[in-house]
Structures are given as C-alpha cells and as structure tokens.
Design a protein around this ligand. Structure first.
Ligand SMILES: C[S@@+](CC[C@H](N)C(=O)[O-])C[C@H]1O[C@@H](n2cnc3c(N)ncnc32)[C@H](O)[C@@H]1O
Length: 269
C-alpha cells in the first residue's frame, strides 16, 4: 500500500477508536466516574485473565515501562500501581483523556502519556526496560514498522511483550463463517473479512511464521511466541449452544493452537 493510502487508513483507524475507547461500550455507568472505571477493570480481567499472567505487572516496580496503545488505560493503571516509571501512548485523544481522568481519580501519577503513533514512537533508542502492547499494532497500517519501533526503543536486555491477533484461530474462522460463508461468498479470504469487519478498518491477523519473518534482522531473541484461546474464541458472549460448538472445535483443532491472541515475548539483544 502507498504511504498516502496508509495515512488515509490510519485516519480511519484514529476516527474509529476516538469515538469510543476500547471496551468502554461494555460498561453502562456514567463516563469517567469511579463506577465506570471499576466496572471496566473488573470486566477486563474477568473476561481476559490471561492479560495479567502475560504482562506480569507486579515485576515492573522501579522499571521504565512503555505501553503502546493504552486504550481506556486499564493495563496502564496496573503499571502505575505496580510502581513502574510508566509512559503510555495512543493514537487517539479519547484514550489519553481516559488515562488522565483515571489517574486523577485514583490520585496516581505516571511519568508521561500522550497521543503518538506506534509507527513513529517519540522516544530515543534503548530507552525502556519493558515495552508492552496489547491488541494494538495489528490495527496500524504498517505493523512491521510498529514492531520495529517497539524493538528500537527497548533497552538491550529489556523485555518486549506484544499481543497481536492470530489468523489461524477459532474467532477468525467464526468470523469467516459469518461474513463469507453465510453471505454466500466463500471465496473471500479470512484476511479480507478481518480487514473489513473486525473493529477498525484494516485490521490484520498474523501467523507465528509471519511474526518471525517480521523480526528477521532485528536485535532480539525470541523468548516465546504462542497463541492462546480467548473469551472471543470461546464465544462466551453467546448462548450455551455456541459455546459447546466452540469447545468441540477447539478440541478438534488443538486447543490454544487456534487461539485469537498471539502472545509474543522477546528480549532485546
Ligand atoms: C483494541 S484497542 C486496544 C487498547 C488497549 N491496549 C486494550 O487492550 O484495551 C486498539 C488501540 O490501538 C490504538 N491504535 C491503533 N493504531 C495505533 C497507532 N498507529 N499508534 C498508537 N495506537 C494505535 C487505538 O487507538 C486503540 O486505542
């Protein structure tokens, strides 16, 4: 895609997430109140208990942490609470406003949070002990560039933790059934369906092989890249019948191997 098209798409991505920060549509409390933020937090970690296990917030005390794509700021709050020297960025003003209200409400302070683009991180090389990003860089037009930026700003021996969407996953297959098969256009690819129907326009999902390829020639050691089944693969939003179908499909297809969340852990060399 040309860089001009990339900028048009990025603008669409910005407008989509700026209307409503990630996950906030699930909460019906008044915006920016304590109840609103408490509900957001409870909901997030009950639906996705894998997040704190992966992030290991408590181990960040005294460390310089950058979160790329803070969204409504629930994970960002955990870095701050854990005593990290926390920096956060997001493409949208709405996300940064959420973080501002949230920290003020709990009387907490972060080092810095601002609107910025993951493809052009406004930090010097080798700045952070931990760079973390959950569910973000598959939305930006040049995911590889964003991944390389994350590597660039991480210190040697620092840790990188990124979740991106996994193409060979139950959720991607279910999306394809809904938007391709049931609409009598089975020739449409999973990538096309995700690009057009999954959250903001242009969303991508990757395989483990593609992630390894994006990391070629990067100064990193791959600690672990593996998918995990998520709340969304398990169809927990739907009735019992759908959940049973998902359970059978996951048993047949290898359990976590067909999870939607591809967890990437790297160490910078
Ligand atoms: C699915 S939400 C995830 C937010 C948060 N990490 C979470 O898990 O709730 C995607 C976020 O990525 C942000 N985003 C998309 N493209 C971005 C970019 N190029 N740079 C920074 N943030 C971006 C959006 O603004 C949105 O807040």
């Amino acid at each position: 895609m040309s860089s001009e098209n990339d900028e048009i798409l990025k603008n669409e991505v910005h407008n989509f997430w700026n209307q409503s920060a990630c996950g906030t549509f699930l909460v019906d409390k008044e915006k920016y109140t304590l109840e609103y933020f408490e509900d957001l937090e409870k909901l997030r970690y009950s639906m996705q208990p894998e997040i704190p296990i992966f992030a290991k917030f408590a181990e960040s005390e005294g460390k310089k942490v950058l979160e790329v794509g803070v969204g409504a700021g629930t994970d960002f709050l955990q870095w701050v609470r854990s005593g990290a020297i926390a920096y956060g960025i997001d493409l949208t003003e709405e996300a940064i406003e959420h973080v501002k209200h949230r920290l003020n409400l709990y009387n907490l302070k972060a080092e810095q949070y601002a609107v910025a683009d993951s493809e052009h991180l406004p930090f010097a090389d080798n700045t952070f002990d931990i760079v973390y990003s959950w569910g973000v860089i598959h939305h930006t037009p040049d995911t590889q560039k964003a991944l390389h930026e994350i590597v660039r700003v991480c210190k040697p021996n620092g840790t990188i933790k990124v979740m991106i969407y996994h193409r060979h996953s139950l959720l991607a297959y279910f999306f394809w059934i809904k938007h391709a098969l049931l609409k009598f256009r089975p020739w449409k690819s999973i990538s096309w369906i995700l690009w057009n129907y999954m959250e903001s326009k242009g969303t991508k999902a990757f395989t483990k092989k593609e992630v390894i390829k994006m990391l070629e020639n990067q100064p990193v050691e791959i600690i672990n890249i593996h998918p995990v089944l998520s709340y969304y693969d398990r169809l927990e939003r739907f009735n019992k019948l759908f959940q049973i179908i998902s359970k059978f499909a996951s048993i047949l297809l290898g359990g976590n191997k067909v999870g939607w969340e591809l967890l990437i852990e790297l160490q910078k060399k």
